[in-house]
Design a protein around this ligand. Structure first.
Ligand SMILES: C[S@@+](CC[C@H](N)C(=O)[O-])C[C@H]1O[C@@H](n2cnc3c(N)ncnc32)[C@H](O)[C@@H]1O
Length: 437
C-alpha cells in the first residue's frame, strides 16, 4: 500500500507486522488442525471455548489484506476512539493504531483474555512505537469493555465469534451515528449467525455489507445515534437460525441516565433514622449519611461506573476532593484507567505545601470529583485553587445535588457541574417502590 501516510510503512511497524505474520504462518494452521483433529475424534463441532483452548497462544492474526482494510476504514472515519475485541499478538491492533496515528492521534481500547498473549501484544506495540495510543485491557471483553468514556468511532470484532453480539451490545450505546462495526468472519460458522442477523436487519440501526476478503469481513455502519430498542422474537430477520439473542434488550442511549434502582439503594443505605442534631442546631429524626454509600464496595463501584459515563472527552486526571471525593476518585480511576490526585481542603503549610497529593495538576485537563454538592462553597473554593495551580477544569462530577443552590452557584463560576442524582430523585426512587413501606 502506497501513500504519504507513513505509519504502516515505517520500518518499525513493518518489522513487527512481518514478525507477527510469520508467526501466524507457522502456528495458525497447526492450531486449526488441532481443532479439526479433536472434532473428528469426538464427532461433533467444538464450542468456541473449546476451540480457543486448543488454539493456545497461536496468533490467529488477521491477514495483511484485512489489516489494510481496517487501516483504511479507520483512517476514513477520522475518528478519535476505536475499540477492539481480541488483541492476541496485536496484528490488527497495530493496523488500527497506525491509522489513528495517521489521523492525528486518538485512543484505541483493546482487550485480551490470555495472559501470554497480553505480554506479546505489549511487546509488539512497544516495538512498533504505538503503545502511547493503545489502552490494553486484560480480561474478558464482557467485563473489560463495560465502561467506555468516549463516543466510539469504530469497533473491530475479532475475538470469540459467539461473543460478537454480546460485545456489540456493550459498545452499542457508545457508537456514534455513522460509526463502523467491523467484524472479521470465519467460514460457515453457526456462532456468527446471530450477529450477522442483527447487523443485517436495518431496523436495528445498521447498514451492513460483507466484504469478500479471506473468510469475509462484515462492515456495518451505525445509522442512528440513539434510541432504546427491544429486540423481540417478531423482529424481521434476514437469516434463520439460533434464537438465543432474540430476547436481549439493547439499550442505545448515548448517555444513559443512572438507573433509578441505584438511587434507591443509595438512599436506603445512607438514610439513617433516630435522633440527630443538625448543623443548624435543630433536631431531626432522619439523617442522610453520605459516607454509608461510599463505604459499601458494590455501591461505590456502581456509582464510579456511572460517573465514568459523565467524564468529558480529553480528561487526563481525576481530582477527588477531601474527604468524600477521594474514595470516588480512586474507584473512578480504577474503572477508567485515568490517574487521580487527592485535593486537600487547604494546602499543607509544611513540607511539600501541596494542595493536590499524588501528582501535578498544572497544565492538565482535569475532572473534579465530589460526593455531594450542597451550596457548592467547597467545590468552588477547591476549583479556584486548582485553577490557580494551572489546572484546566473540564467538569465537576458529583453523585448527589442536594438542591440547596449549589448547581446555580457552581454554574455562576463558569464550571460544568454533572451530577448523577438530585436529592429529590433519591427520595422519589424510594417512594415509587410499592414494596417499600
Ligand atoms: C482471532 S484472535 C485475534 C487476532 C488479532 N485481532 C490479530 O489480528 O492479531 C482472537 C483473540 O481473542 C481473544 N479472546 C477470546 N475471547 C475473549 C474474551 N472473551 N475477551 C477478551 N479476549 C478474548 C483470544 O484469546 C484471542 O487472542
Amino acid at each position: 500500500m502506497n501513500g504519504s501516510l507513513g505509519t504502516l510503512t515505517s520500518p518499525r511497524v513493518v518489522a513487527v507486522l512481518d514478525r507477527i505474520h510469520a508467526a501466524a504462518a507457522r502456528e495458525d494452521d497447526a492450531a486449526k488442525a488441532r481443532v479439526r483433529a479433536r472434532e473428528a475424534e469426538v464427532g461433533a463441532r467444538l464450542s468456541q471455548a473449546q476451540r480457543y483452548a486448543l488454539y493456545g497462544d497461536a496468533p490467529q492474526a488477521i491477514t495483511r489484506a484485512v489489516g489494510e482494510l481496517v487501516y483504511v476504514l479507520t483512517l476514513g472515519q477520522a475518528g478519535k476512539c476505536v475499540v477492539e475485541f481480541g488483541a492476541s499478538h496485536a496484528a490488527s491492533t497495530i493496523y488500527l493504531a497506525a491509522a489513528l496515528r495517521d489521523s492525528g492521534g486518538g485512543t484505541l481500547i483493546t482487550t485480551e483474555s490470555r495472559l501470554g498473549k497480553v505480554h506479546l501484544a505489549r511487546r509488539n506495540l512497544a516495538d512498533a512505537g504505538l503503545s502511547d495510543l493503545v489502552e490494553l485491557r486484560v480480561g474478558d471483553a464482557r467485563q473489560t469493555l463495560r465502561v467506555l468514556a468516549e463516543p466510539v468511532d469504530l469497533l473491530f470484532l475479532d475475538g470469540r465469534n459467539d461473543l460478537y453480539t454480546d460485545v456489540l451490545e456493550l459498545v452499542e450505546p457508545r457508537l456514534r451515528c455513522k460509526a463502523l462495526a467491523v467484524a472479521d468472519l470465519s467460514a460457515d460458522d453457526p456462532d456468527l449467525l446471530s450477529y450477522l442477523r442483527y447487523v443485517r436487519t436495518a431496523s436495528n440501526g445498521y447498514l451492513s455489507i460483507e466484504v469478500p476478503l479471506g473468510s469475509g469481513v462484515e462492515v456495518s455502519v451505525r445509522t442512528v445515534a440513539s434510541g432504546p430498542r427491544l429486540i423481540g422474537p417478531d423482529d424481521p430477520r434476514g437469516l434463520s437460525l439460533s434464537t438465543s439473542t432474540t430476547e436481549r434488550r439493547i439499550s442505545c442511549s448515548p448517555m444513559p441516565a443512572p438507573p433509578a434502582e441505584l438511587g434507591e439503594r443509595i438512599y436506603a443505605r445512607a438514610r439513617l433514622t433516630g435522633e440527630f442534631r443538625l448543623r443548624s442546631g435543630a433536631t431531626s429524626n432522619e439523617y442522610f449519611d453520605k459516607y454509608q454509600f461510599e463505604s459499601d464496595p458494590r455501591l461505590l463501584r456502581e456509582i464510579a461506573e456511572e460517573l465514568v459515563s459523565l467524564l468529558p472527552a480529553g480528561v487526563e486526571l481525576l481530582a477527588g476532593l477531601e474527604l468524600g471525593g477521594v474514595p470516588l476518585a480512586v474507584v473512578v480511576s480504577q474503572v477508567s484507567g485515568l490517574p487521580s490526585v487527592f485535593v486537600r481542603k487547604a494546602a499543607k503549610t509544611y513540607g511539600t505545601c501541596r494542595l493536590a497529593e499524588g501528582g501535578e495538576v498544572a497544565g492538565r485537563r482535569i475532572a473534579v470529583i465530589e460526593d455531594v454538592v450542597t451550596s457548592g462553597g467547597q467545590v468552588i473554593e477547591s476549583c479556584r485553587q486548582l485553577h490557580d495551580g494551572g489546572a484546566d477544569i473540564a467538569a465537576v462530577l458529583c453523585v448527589i445535588d442536594r438542591e440547596a443552590g449549589g448547581r446555580e452557584n457552581v454554574a455562576a463560576e463558569g464550571l460544568d457541574l454533572r451530577t448523577l442524582f438530585t436529592m429529590s430523585q433519591l427520595r422519589e426512587s424510594r417512594v415509587t417502590d410499592p414494596a417499600r413501606p
